[in-house]
Design a protein around this ligand. Structure first.
Ligand code: ZN
Length: 261
């Protein structure tokens, strides 16, 4: 069994606000702590996959382009993909039995969700695919679906888990905190959430064959409303709907996301 773990930082155990994820917030101690906890969540997840019989495990660090964990921090039973993989969201995912979205967060604008955003809190206000409001859970589920791979588990706060249940009713959701706002959460002990991640990952891997890959209708229409004016793409393939909203028609979600490549 081959399992692919895509890791973000916002939904990791012990991360309660943007102070933990952005160097611009001037709290290097909290960023270091979040990265340490990210490695621990990843390792708890790997343990669950191995217990369920996974023989190949790939972890990809996708927060801010990678470089949040080092190879030495990750369980040797898994391979780590770090850094830039141009034009490809999940390098080497083909042939996987399931994708785990670890440490994810709710889409931009979700009330009470820790670090809610979609792709970039600085530049994206909202996103839609084929008219449906979408966040990173939906985008990544579509890309995996295009490779015929189902998302089998999503971890994060309660709002992230609710969004995952809406998009992926067959996937296991793993709630490691309860969000009160973009910058506030109630967090159980790290011991509890680590045990929960291992338990959920094992359950998700055993349930992988019952999960269906999520495929978008194509050609798909990808629409993004930006936060700021004067940032619109100049490539004529992007249709300008208003001064801050563009629309792109593409043959796949992955192609739409990496169109600039
Ligand atoms: Zn992130």
């Amino acid at each position: 069994m081959k399992i692919y773990i895509m890791t973000d930082l916002e939904g990791i155990s012990g991360v309660s606000s943007s102070l933990y994820i952005s160097a611009a917030k001037n709290r290097p101690d909290l960023i270091a702590e979040a990265r340490k906890q990210m490695a621990a969540d990843i390792n708890a997840c790997i343990e669950g996959c191995v217990r369920a019989g996974a023989t190949e495990i790939i972890v990809k660090d996708c927060h801010g382009g990678g470089f949040n964990v080092t190879r030495a921090m990750i369980d040797p039973r898994a391979d780590l993909i770090d850094g830039n993989t141009p034009g490809v969201r999940f390098a080497d995912i083909d042939g996987s039995d399931g994708l785990i979205l670890l440490g994810y967060h709710a889409k931009a604008g979700t009330p009470g969700a820790v670090c809610e955003h979609t792709m970039s809190s600085a530049s994206w206000q909202n996103a839609w695919v084929n008219g449906r409001s979408i966040g990173e859970i939906g985008i990544d589920a579509y890309i995996a679906g295009e490779h015929n791979i189902p998302v089998i588990m999503v971890s994060g706060d309660d709002k992230c888990c609710a969004e995952a249940a809406e998009w992926l009713p067959e996937a296991v959701t793993c709630q490691v905190k309860k969000g009160f706002s973009c910058d506030g959460a109630r967090m159980p002990s790290l011991e509890k959430t680590r045990a929960l991640i291992t338990e959920c990952a094992e359950k998700a891997c055993r349930n992988a064959k019952n999960c269906t890959p999520l495929k978008p209708a194509t050609p798909l229409v990808f629409k993004v409303e930006l936060v700021s004016r004067n940032r619109m793409p100049v490539n004529p393939a992007y249709k300008h709907l208003d001064a801050r909203t563009w629309e792109l028609t593409a043959e796949s979600m992955e192609r739409a996301l990496f169109f600039n490549w």
